[in-house]
Design a protein around this ligand. Structure first.
Ligand SMILES: Cc1cc2nc3c(=O)[nH]c(=O)nc-3n(C[C@H](O)[C@H](O)[C@H](O)COP(=O)(O)O)c2cc1C
Length: 201
């Protein structure tokens, strides 16, 4: 079957992308608004897209009423955010923070999350996250439908000690990191089955 974008409703394009590009990592983003109010929300239009400097990309869709989400508003206002990765114990709290709430609601407190001060940016990181990236705004691009792509430059990496199984070279124990990923709709995935293919020289 073939779908031409010119004949597609945006909701169908979303469905085609989000149910075929699988699994997607989840960025549980902490940010502050211009008044210093903390916010946390998950985003799976997310990935690493370069390492010199290390950069991550986030894709934001507008709220159902057409307004911009708090996270992109905060990043554009303060130029700082933290990406916290999500493991299974953090999944329920991550989901609480996906509710559409007024900008003045502190989702971090609502979900009962503890935070730790960051080293190089004002938004705190999440204590329960196995990996956090402190980021500063790098670039952004508006999309015609009201969405926005924001690229962030990573300033500091925080990794829970127990997930590091070697330092030279760096080795991460995937079973201890145990990230969850977004599948389509309300489904999530675990990385419990792996195989190897040696890359040709
Ligand atoms: C696992 C998961 C992934 C999500 N990914 C995205 C995403 O990539 N882009 C987006 O705009 N919304 C995404 N959402 C929805 C936002 O989390 C939701 O709209 C949230 O309320 C935004 O919060 P904010 O207004 O505080 O930024 C996702 C929700 C969940 C549960």
């Amino acid at each position: 079957m073939h779908f031409a974008v010119t004949e597609l409703a945006p909701a169908m394009a979303y469905k085609l992308l989000s149910s075929t590009i699988l699994p997607r990592p989840i960025a549980f983003v902490t940010s502050l608004n211009a008044d210093g109010q903390a916010n946390a929300a998950p985003f799976s239009f997310f990935n690493a897209v370069g390492y010199e400097p290390p950069v991550v990309v986030l894709g934001f869709t507008p709220n159902a009423d057409g307004s911009q989400k708090d996270t992109p508003n905060n990043i554009l206002a303060t130029k700082e955010f933290v990406v916290n990765l999500v493991d299974e114990p953090l999944a329920a709290q991550m989901n609480i923070c996906a509710a559409t709430l007024p900008a003045d609601v502190d989702e971090i407190a609502l979900a009962g999350l503890e935070t730790v001060p960051s080293l190089g940016v004002l938004p705190p990181r999440l204590k329960a996250s196995p990996v956090s990236f402190e980021c500063k705004y790098f670039n952004d691009m508006p999309l015609s439908g009201g969405g926005r792509i924001i690229v962030g430059e990573v300033l500091h990496f925080h990794l829970r000690d127990e997930i590091i199984s070697g330092l030279e070279p760096l080795r991460i124990d995937l079973n201890k990191l145990a990230p969850i990923s977004r599948l389509s709709g309300s489904k999530y995935g675990r990385i419990t089955d792996q195989f190897e293919i040696e890359r040709p020289k």
